[in-house]
Design a protein around this ligand. Structure first.
Ligand SMILES: Cc1cc2nc3c(=O)[nH]c(=O)nc-3n(C[C@H](O)[C@H](O)[C@H](O)COP(=O)(O)OP(=O)(O)OC[C@H]3O[C@@H](n4cnc5c(N)ncnc54)[C@H](O)[C@@H]3O)c2cc1C
Ligand code: FES
Length: 351
């Protein structure tokens, strides 16, 4: 989180409008944005749908990157973007105003919101499987009548049973599994969802869900893929790997998966099996502490990155996990010469 850099909003004027060109991965759309209106509000009014959730600057889902122009967020508020991300051109479109014609790059196709509309539904717990000491696989079954589809990498919000609290979780299952969704969830020492999973969850429980949402996912571009996952940040990678299984076979896919401790690791068998049937997949598993687990290295997902991981100019990197790991990974990738626009990230902020 950060306080936005000092900057002032444009003066309130209904007359001043700017053209904002929105560069989706499947084409561009231009909307007129009055000086006193946010880009998200103006786009919504013009019938152009953008990924968003909270609309108050805290969830981070509406992020875009300024390609041209002066796009500002009001000073003095707390945002889910860090100062260096804002300095690098990222903006939350639900909070952003423009001063003059501008251009914003978005990491997702415009068609995504039509293909994968947000729904609310009551799901049933199909299974709760402990994947180790601190991670659980939660399977949710959707009613037959519900039409749910998502892009690998997206997430849903779920209401923790017996509470008014909602939490966000990325689908670990593939896009084709539309009726049975799988999530991998870290069970923290204390926490609303963590306590529910540890103490109360039983098969058959009903859970309200809302989604899909988020813009994280594979960008339609050919080239090697580098995935960097911290802890349960592995979840969206598993979903994306399933997609890559059929979509790509020409380029290498590298997955670096790290946890703090051996006891936090999970899905090692599954990752090994995937390497068996995905010839281009190379998995590196690391833990912070010395380890005797076969095939696991001591280190973290950032320390084991090297120049060969990004040497192909068409490499795209996908990062998911806790904010500190993401920041370190992004810095390392930039240091290794990767262009910022090829780095795509999903932060597991407390939700
Ligand atoms: C887009 C998105 C996708 C997410 N996907 C996943 C996922 O697939 N799997 C997953 O395990 N989590 C995921 N998260 C994190 C998840 O939403 C919850 O924040 C997390 O599960 C903690 O919820 P809780 O109710 O158990 O703890 P809370 O009641 O929210 O918090 C309890 C304590 O834990 C701390 N805390 C909260 N979240 C975290 C965290 N992530 N790591 C460390 N400490 C924390 C809080 O500061 C607090 O002290 C995602 C978050 C976002 C924003
Ligand atoms: S919609 Fe949540 S930060 Fe903009």
């Amino acid at each position: 989180m950060s306080i936005a850099p000092t900057d002032t909003l444009p003066e309130r004027s209904m007359a001043t409008q700017s053209n904002v060109r929105l560069n989706f991965t499947d084409g561009t759309k231009t909307v007129q944005v009055p000086a006193d209106t946010t880009i998200l509000e103006a786009a919504t009014e013009a019938g152009v749908r953008l990924v968003s959730q909270c609309t108050v600057g805290t969830c981070g889902t509406c992020v875009g990157r300024v390609a041209r122009g002066d796009v500002i967020m009001p000073e003095g508020r707390v945002y889910s973007l860090k100062k260096d991300e804002i300095d690098a051109g990222q903006r939350l479109l639900c909070q952003s105003h423009v001063r003059g014609d501008s251009e914003i790059d978005l990491d997702y196709p415009a068609s995504m919101l039509d293909e994968y509309p947000v729904i609310t539904a009551t799901a049933k717990v199909g299974a709760i499987i402990w994947l180790g000491e601190t991670a659980v696989e939660l399977q949710l079954k959707l009613p037959k009548s519900v039409r749910f589809a998502f892009r690998a990498g997206q997430y849903v919000r779920m209401q923790v049973p017996g509470t008014d609290e909602w939490r966000s979780y990325s689908m670990a299952s593939g896009e084709r599994d539309r009726k049975k969704l799988t999530f991998t969830i870290r069970v923290l020492p204390t926490g609303v969802m963590s306590d529910y999973l540890r103490n109360n969850a039983v098969v058959g429980d009903r859970i309200e869900i809302e989604g899909p949402t988020g813009s994280f996912g594979l960008i339609d571009e050919s080239g090697p893929v580098l995935m960097i996952a911290g802890g349960t940040g592995l979840a969206p990678m598993l979903s994306m790997l399933e997609k890559l299984q059929t979509a790509r076979d020409e380029y290498p896919i590298r997955l670096v998966f790290g946890c703090s401790r051996e006891t936090d690791l999970f899905h090692l068998d599954e990752l090994e099996a995937r390497q068996g049937f995905m010839s281009k997949l190379d998995v590196r598993v690391v833990v912070d502490e010395p380890t005797a687990v076969t095939g696991v290295l001591e280190g973290n997902p950032v320390s084991v990155l090297n120049a060969a991981d990004v040497e192909h100019p068409l490499t795209s990197a996908y990062l998911c996990g806790p904010p500190a790991m993401l920041k370190a990974a992004e810095e390392r990738l930039l240091e290794l010469g990767m262009p910022a626009e090829r780095i795509h990230a999903e932060q597991f902020l407390p939700s």
